[in-house]
Design a protein around this ligand. Sequence first.
Ligand SMILES: *Cc1c(COP(=O)(O)O)cnc(C)c1O
Length: 226
Amino acid sequence: MSVKMIKKNVKTILKELPKSATLVAASKTRNVEEINQAISAGASVFGENYVQEAKSKIEVIGHKVKWHFVGHLQRNKVKLAVKLFDLIETLDSWALAQVLEKECQKQSKIIEVLIEVNSAEEPQKNGVMPQDVVDLVSKLEKCKFVKLKGLMTMGPLVDSPEKIRPFFKRTKELYDKLKQSYLKKDEIVYLSMGMSDTYKIAVEEGANLVRIGTKIFGQRKCQINK
Ligand SMILES: *Cc1c(COP(=O)(O)O)cnc(C)c1O
């Protein structure tokens, strides 16, 4: 994809998204030049899947934009992830939350997180099962440094986008419940759902963060993490 196309794609997406929704440009495998093109077209949040890969880009581009971690966070990468990222979209266990809490205390940094919900209850996938979200949420209420901001879901791989709608609906229901019942309910503001093929459906179902890669940057040369 030419750099010109990246700009055009970002502008098109930003124009059609409702004001309530924020674009998270999924920039795994993309280089600094590509990301800068997206920034110049108005993208202000980027999602990265690998801590080490993100490090080199964030060090160059800096924090004039926000960086979300959207991959599976390994314990041995927590220290660096806390340093680099503004928000971790993929909190998937209390064990990981505890490691994050400890590291944030060391760094005197608050980290914002979303709980990743395994909305299709796929055993091989990361994320918290829908029925276990309440339990994790109640534990997170005690955290001083890990700050819960909402929910994220990937949903299952589907052969037609419409098939993902029930899983977005289900995650939205959990989100609404969380907004009502959480001790610090004013802090619950993000619902991250939808990718290139499904973000329009996600927005219809209440997403206010959409994670889009291919539709901005073109096909990835190597398909990772999919
Ligand atoms: C890569 C990725 C996306 C974007 O996927 P596209 O189909 O390229 O838009 C969204 N969310 C996560 C977690 C990803 O890893």
